[in-house]
Design a protein around this ligand. Structure first.
Ligand code: FE2
Ligand code: FE2
Length: 470
């Protein structure tokens, strides 16, 4: 099914057949555009080479064209419906999935959708000023691609709120545009989405670690018994893959350039030569990884156990799991602090589902580390390279919140923590150095000196293509 772009809100949900819903969404649209104008990309442009979803099928779901940013066509797209789909887990396992929200799960489902929906506009707000310092037109284009798609993900959640949650859903949709990343009075719901993304190293780390958290959250909602939510998330995951590509290859290119400068100048102290020292990359990594781990919530949660049992939220790749998908008997080993030492205890698998998801996420994050260390090694940099800090490092949520745990997993007292902090997390001087490198490069084919060029252009275009015009 191809999507009709002559409609005011492009969609594949037969919006024209539901006049009330269509009118409700059309009245939300101006508020969205106003939000985009006020908190979306701060850099004025003429047009940007962007992909837009045109279908949801296996092949050719996107088309690429030069688009004026405020005229991007944000639409509502759900993955195709599988008429035989059945619930894969929990107490309703084997029953047909739900097309409507069951009354008893209304509040929980609405909350899950609002929390997910809140992250989407938040990242656009966090990235608002990055265009002013883009290291190349290629990178600038990727930033805007991520931004418009996060905007579309907001639409995806707002559609569900409008279509399935009545008055309360419409109020929540409005509130999604009123909260603001980092705001004192009405911040975004989750901590990591109130942090700043002030420079491109942070942006690459954010798209690697924080967008990847999004991937795992969407993966659990894709398993939902509430079929419209499942289909929405399935399509969002398709778009999300590019966001993580931006993060993975972004850090690749930072690592490559850093290694190159270390080799040329035969020193780790490459700051005077306009590079980002490996130790600074590690500190940024430590920060973004640890705040992203907080997004998984507490290791144990009875709420999440209930979501699972009642079918609202499954596990990552639920259907590939080789167990009973009910988990009333299962246990899972979880690390926690016990009298000054980190110990492993067996907890009921059902209440430790956040921990399960986080474990999958950590394994995925590790693939980036391996990849970046391979890049360092192939550029002649031997040594320990980059690593993921201990799961308890710098945590504000869960069993390790408020504990002082070093990146290598030692429990230390407050004084040692304070003494080590500057070597584990970005300092004011590190941030100032990174910021000093952030100078815009808007000439086609040129790249800022702190970053290696990408391997390939976008959609087969050459690297010196004019991805953004002013
Ligand atoms: Fe998203
Ligand atoms: Fe994303």
């Amino acid at each position: 099914m191809s999507i009709d772009y002559t409609e005011r809100i492009p969609n594949n949900v037969d919006l024209a057949d539901d006049r009330r819903l269509q009118r409700a969404l059309e009245s939300w649209q101006p508020a969205f555009l106003q939000w985009w104008g006020e908190t979306g990309p701060a850099l004025p442009t003429q047009d940007v080479y962007l992909r837009t979803a045109v279908a949801v099928g296996r092949q050719g779901w996107a088309s690429f064209a030069r688009v004026k940013l405020p005229e991007y066509r944000w639409g509502i797209f759900l993955a195709e419906r599988d008429p035989g789909r059945r619930i894969a887990f929990g107490q309703h396992k084997g029953e047909p999935v739900w097309q409507q929200v069951p009354g008893e799960h209304r509040a929980s489902l609405q909350r899950l959708i609002v929390v997910q929906g809140d992250t989407e506009p938040a990242s656009v707000e966090q990235q608002r000023r990055l265009g002013l310092t883009a290291p190349s037109l290629y990178d600038l284009r990727n930033l805007f691609q991520v931004n418009v798609e996060e905007g579309r993900h907001l639409w995806a959640m707002v559609y569900l709120l409008h279509a399935h949650f009545g008055r309360a859903g419409r109020d929540e949709a409005e509130a999604l545009l009123l909260r603001n990343s980092g705001s004192e009075d009405s911040p975004r719901i989750l901590g990591a989405f109130n942090e700043e993304t002030p420079d491109w190293l942070s942006f690459f780390m954010f798209t690697y670690f924080t967008d990847r958290d999004g991937k795992y959250q969407l993966g659990t909602l894709k398993e939902s018994a509430f079929d419209p939510l499942s289909r929405t998330c399935e399509f969002m995951l398709k778009e999300e893959a590019h966001h993580m590509f931006v993060g993975t290859t972004g850090v690749d290119r930072v690592a490559e350039r850093t290694a190159e400068l270390m080799r040329i100048h035969d020193t780790g102290d490459i700051a005077p030569f306009g590079g980002i020292p490996l130790a600074v990359i590690q500190k940024y990594l430590n920060f973004h990884y640890s705040v992203s781990l907080d997004l998984f919530g507490g290791e144990t949660s009875t709420n999440v156990a209930n979501y699972f049992t009642s079918g609202l939220k499954g596990r990552w790749q639920e259907e590939r799991r080789d167990d009973d998908h009910v988990l009333t008997e299962a246990v899972t080993p979880v690390q926690q602090l016990d009298g000054g030492a980190i110990v492993e205890v067996d907890l009921p698998a059902l209440t430790a589902l956040n921990h399960d998801l986080r474990t999958q996420y950590i394994a995925d994050c590790q693939t980036g580390i391996t990849r970046w260390n391979r890049i360092l090694a192939s550029n002649g940099i031997s040594g320990p390279g980059l690593y993921l800090p201990h799961v308890g490092f710098n945590r504000r949520v869960g069993l390790f919140a408020g504990c002082h745990i070093t990146p290598d997993g030692r429990v230390v007292d407050e004084a040692s923590w304070a003494a080590g902090r500057a070597s584990w997390l970005p300092t004011a001087a590190d941030k100032a150095h990174v910021e000093s490198l952030m100078r815009p490069v808007y000439e086609p084919g040129k790249i800022a000196a702190w970053l290696a060029p990408p391997r390939n252009g976008i959609n087969g275009q050459p690297l010196d293509y004019e991805y953004v015009r002013f």
